[in-house]
Ligand binder design. Structure first.
Ligand code: PRT
Ligand code: ZN
Length: 282
């Protein structure tokens, strides 16, 4: 199996981490373009993100990890088989701070600079706006300042780049995150392998927002504690050797752990362990 990921960019580390968390052992990448796994018949191909959709659509790679924004621009949406929950951003239209914006109508007749001409043209069409789309390959955010355009359409994540260039976001053209793409020519066997990879990726994604909480608690408090840590189906409750005490375990959303710990302590819980989960298969 050949899996294409970004060689050197925002998605590289998270893509490698995800493949490793799925159980594919990958050594530290050297300067090479191909990295073989040490425990499976898998090779990771390092490409520019702009080349991943083509590599997958032509079958050079069996699968790839790339931003939905790139996939949409290159009209590869049919190749997407799953969303991966990282690399989140949005493709937005931004205007110089002083320019008035009330609705997409405010963009009529403007020159809009972008590296996403197809995605932008589609949005303008849906909104029945005619505007001039200027395709530029980088540094889009400086285009209005140097008189090259009236507005831009570019990727935004925190918004600080827009702010630094005197621009403000006025409309979201698309939301994006990293996705898994699959070769249309994949054999049944390869397609099944990629399906398994995707379910492992989902399991890793689900586990990322969860912790496993274990504790000892007086048995008479188990019912009340179960309301705090309902777990997936129900918490696990086991009798302890010491009479009147139980062991209790459950999966808990990570962002609730802090508040739940205090409440469990108040119920008399002791020896509370909070651990990470590697994968969660429902
Ligand atoms: O060299 P190669 O072609 O492979 O990389 P690249 O430079 O084209 O892409 P890269 O590494 O910048 O981004 C890869 C993918 O990460 C994108 O296609 C998106 O799917 C995703 N992503 C997530 C982002 C951002 N967040 C992001 N913030 N891609 C780019 N940015 C840019 C943004 O355009 C702005 O200029 O980062 C800058 C800072 O953003 P703010 O809003 O946080 O200031
Ligand atoms: Zn790129």
């Amino acid at each position: 199996m050949k899996i294409a990921i970004q060689k050197n960019g925002r998605l590289t580390d998270r893509s490698l981490d995800l493949l490793r968390a799925c159980g594919i052992d990958l050594p530290q990448p050297a300067a090479k373009l191909v990295l073989p796994a040490t425990n499976a018949d898998v090779q990771v191909l390092f490409l520019r993100d702009d080349d991943i959709v083509e590599a997958v659509s032509t079958g050079v790679a069996d699968a790839g990890i790339v931003g939905q924004n790139v996939v949409s621009e290159q009209q590869g949406t049919d190749l997407v088989c799953g969303v991966l929950g990282f690399g989140r951003c949005r493709v937005c239209i931004a205007l110089p701070r002083e320019r008035v914006y009330t609705s997409p109508e405010s963009l009529r007749g403007l020159r809009i600079a972008t590296s996403y001409p197809r995605v932008l043209a589609e949005w303008l069409k849906v909104n029945h706006i005619s505007a001039e789309v200027h395709t530029i390959s980088g540094s889009v955010e400086i285009a209005p300042g140097i008189g090259l355009a009236d507005a831009i359409c570019d990727i935004v994540s925190s918004g600080s780049t827009l702010l630094a260039n005197g621009l403000r976001e006025v409309a979201v053209v698309m939301s994006s995150e990293a996705v898994l793409v699959r070769a249309p020519s994949a054999t049944t066997e390869n397609a099944a392998w990629i399906d398994r990879l995707l379910s492992r990726m989902d399991a890793v994604g689900r586990a990322r927002n969860k912790k496993y909480v274990l504790m000892n608690i007086p048995c008479k408090q188990v019912h009340e504690a179960a309301a705090l840590i309902p777990g997936l189906r129900s918490p696990t409750v086991l009798p302890l050797e010491r009479e009147g005490w139980c062991g209790m375990h459950a999966v808990v959303p990570s962002d609730e752990v802090w508040n739940i710990l205090d409440a469990l302590k108040e119920l008399g819980a002791e020896g509370i362990l909070v651990t990470t989960i590697e994968a969660l298969i429902p």
